[in-house]
Design a protein around this ligand. Structure first.
Ligand code: SF4
Length: 187
């Protein structure tokens, strides 16, 4: 019988596969629809995500919610998670070893949800999906077909919301990317 999202989450909250387990208050497996057409992958839980055990509930989350809404995407119809499920110390970027250790949970979630599109937010999400590039602009804003650990999946890369949050000039592009992702999914 196929594993459920709840069963994956139960494995995540007990996980000690990498050192990020040492500093977490709560692991953040992800949340959303089990049959979501759009699955969103961010970077890592921050302070508020760690406290609440939920993804994208801090400043970046509020910014993402606003732009999803502007793009006409209902967040509650998506599944949203991160490249690592536990908060890195001082909100540093997760390192490749941590992303690799956490990848099996992501693969399990993707296998179960079978989204029409994976929306990768920023470099850590790309590292999770093993999308290689010198600069994000090489892969940002265009659909790509990936073969990934036995899965075939459509991906679309855009900025992590913390980037357009800090750099207003990137907001128009971020919104255009979200609208394009919506169009691809047919939401
Ligand atoms: S970040 Fe992922 S691999 Fe590391 S302890 Fe948390 S759940 Fe396990």
């Amino acid at each position: 019988m196929a594993e459920t999202l709840e069963a994956i989450s139960e494995r995540v909250v007990k996980c000690t596969l990498c050192d990020l387990s040492n500093g977490r208050k709560n692991a953040v497996p992800g949340e959303g629809m089990a049959n979501a057409k759009l699955m969103i992958i961010g970077e890592a839980p921050g302070k508020y995500e760690d406290i609440l055990g939920k993804p994208f509930v801090g400043m970046s989350g509020k910014f993402l919610n606003k732009y999803l809404e502007l793009a006409g995407i209902d967040r509650s119809s998506t599944f949203i998670t991160n490249s690592v499920k536990c908060r890195p110390p001082n909100n540093r970027k997760p390192v490749i070893e941590e992303i690799s250790a956490c990848r099996s949970y992501l693969i399990s979630q993707i296998s179960l949800i079978k989204p029409k599109l994976l929306l990768c937010l920023g470099t850590s999400a790309c590292n999770s999906m093993e999308i290689r590039y010198q600069h994000l602009s090489e892969v940002r804003g265009r659909p790509m077909h990936l073969k990934f650990y036995g899965l075939e999946i459509e991906c679309f890369v855009t900025f992590h919301p913390s980037f357009p949050m800090r750099f207003p000039k990137a907001r128009e592009t971020f919104l255009a990317d979200l609208k394009e992702a919506k169009k691809i999914v047919g939401m």
